[in-house]
Design a protein around this ligand. Structure first.
Ligand SMILES: C[S@@+](CC[C@H](N)C(=O)[O-])C[C@H]1O[C@@H](n2cnc3c(N)ncnc32)[C@H](O)[C@@H]1O
Length: 442
């Protein structure tokens, strides 16, 4: 079991049931090994699977552990830096594209006209600035250097306040910036009107199953005691929706990109449509029209802070929490043994190196008679990573593991088409033939 320690930027969720909600829990992945490459177009749904950090069972005084903590700090500040460098990085990218166009032969340039080309790049730059205005709100104030001119507005270029022991070690790679881009698309999926259909396919289907299983609990008030966990909660919308129905809803997530962004949305935004942004700005290929690339959308489509107001008429306090850390490490703590009525996995079971551990953990934390709802593909995020341990089971084998010694009874199974951060105006569309199943712990 990994050691637990309090961390910065972990105040997520409106209500913490247990002080572990404010802790990051260690896990055993190699910190330097990105869990996925979201730049691979055949894997468009993988957002930000970079683990929090690596760990082992060393005591806090051991040099190994100190080194792990140091690595984790470097990773944390790399994520902050990636957000803060987004505008500069994107401008550089646009400038390179613009220079390529400028270097075209005159007769080719004239076909589209210099004005039209200039307009395209100007529009892209304006959209970058708009996205950056959103991203810089994600950075926790205590980790940034603020200008002290009494102006409430954040400075244009947010500077990260690096502790001396990480300064000089932080490098933002293209992969890190790719994760910022994925975060932007994930904001579309979870919190924009544009993502409504995709959420209906996925979160809507899961919620139908949840309500169906607990159909005797007709009111939010009567669902109070039912504890539901969403591992790999991403930006928290499904966890929030479950809380909105009155369940005691807990999310779990290990990516700093996701945790910081979810924290901003869930704890700091207090109204609808607070931000306008451009989720598909960085898709330069398979674009039909420049208007598709720079189509604005707003977030959030609901006021995240309205949870308590929505539940008050039902005499019900909102019960939403988020636990940061690796799912297997955090929830194998005896504290969580048989503590959940339901576990909901949405695009999650294929994110680990060893699916056996995920299934064992889900079984362990469920109460007898408890429900597991799963929806997602079997993409296996580590599968194509060179020299990386990864177990890739077929769906039939997954079922064998689930049903081993009759520990679970699979009560429902069907396949359904779902997109992930899909862009319906793109010339490329990826549809996952997801497996939806429900299983009851025996
Ligand atoms: C494909 S995304 C799905 C996110 C969300 N459930 C959705 O449907 O939009 C998988 C998420 O699981 C997180 N994740 C992957 N492995 C994890 C682990 N071992 N513990 C906690 N979170 C993990 C990733 O950071 C990522 O946010």
């Amino acid at each position: 079991m990994g050691k637990k320690k309090a961390k910065k930027a972990q105040k997520i969720g409106h209500h913490h049931q247990h002080d572990q909600s404010n802790n990051i829990h260690h896990h055993q992945h190699d910190h330097h090994q990105p869990a996925s490459s979201s730049s691979n177009p055949s894997h468009p749904y993988i957002p930000n699977a970079q683990p929090l950090h690596s760990s082992d069972n060393q005591s806090s005084s051991s040099p190994v552990n100190t080194d792990n903590e140091h690595q984790e700090a470097i990773h944390f500040y790399t994520v902050l830096s990636a957000f803060s460098l987004y505008e500069i990085h994107s401008f550089q990218h646009i400038q390179i594209r613009e220079n390529y166009f400028k270097s075209l032969e005159t007769q080719h340039k004239h076909i589209l006209g210099e004005k039209q080309l200039q307009l395209r790049f100007d529009l892209q730059r304006t959209a970058v600035t708009c996205n950056y205005n959103l991203l810089r709100r994600i950075l926790p104030q205590e980790n940034t250097i603020q200008n002290n001119d009494g102006d409430d507005e954040l400075p244009r270029q947010v500077q990260i306040h690096f502790p001396s022991n990480v300064k000089g070690s932080v490098r933002v790679s293209d992969d890190d910036m790719e994760k910022v881009h994925s975060t932007i698309k994930q904001l579309m999926r979870d919190w924009s009107d544009e993502g409504r259909l995709e959420r209906q396919q996925t979160y809507g289907t899961i919620i139908d199953e949840l309500l169906n299983f607990y159909s005797e609990h007709k009111t939010p008030e009567s669902r109070s005691g039912i504890r539901v966990l969403t591992p790999g909660a991403g930006l928290g919308r499904l966890t929030w929706e479950i809380a909105r129905l009155g369940f005691a809803s807990q999310g779990n997530e290990f990516s700093f990109y996701m945790l910081l962004t979810a924290n901003m949305i869930l704890n700091e935004v207090t109204g609808k449509d607070a931000f306008t942004f451009y989720p598909f700005l960085h898709q330069n290929i398979n674009v039909l029209s420049i208007n598709d690339q720079i189509k604005p959308t707003t977030i959030p489509d609901v006021n995240p802070a309205s949870l308590s107001d929505l539940l008050r008429p039902h005499n019900k306090a909102a019960d939403l929490s988020m636990v940061a850390g690796d799912f297997v490490e955090v929830y194998n703590d005896p504290y969580y043994h048989e503590s959940f009525n339901c576990v909901v996995t949405c695009f999650f079971i294929d994110t680990g190196k060893n699916i056996f551990k995920y299934i064992d953990t889900i079984h362990k934390i469920l109460k007898p008679g408890g429900l597991w709802i799963n929806l997602g593909p079997l993409l296996y995020h580590y599968a194509e990573m060179p020299n990386t341990f990864s177990i890739e089971l077929t769906y039939e084998e997954v079922k064998q593991v689930i049903q081993h010694k009759n520990r679970f009874n699979i009560t429902k199974e069907r396949q359904l088409d779902c997109t992930y951060c899909g862009n319906d105006r793109s010339m490329l569309s990826v549809v996952y033939k997801c497996m939806l199943f429900t299983a009851v712990k025996q």
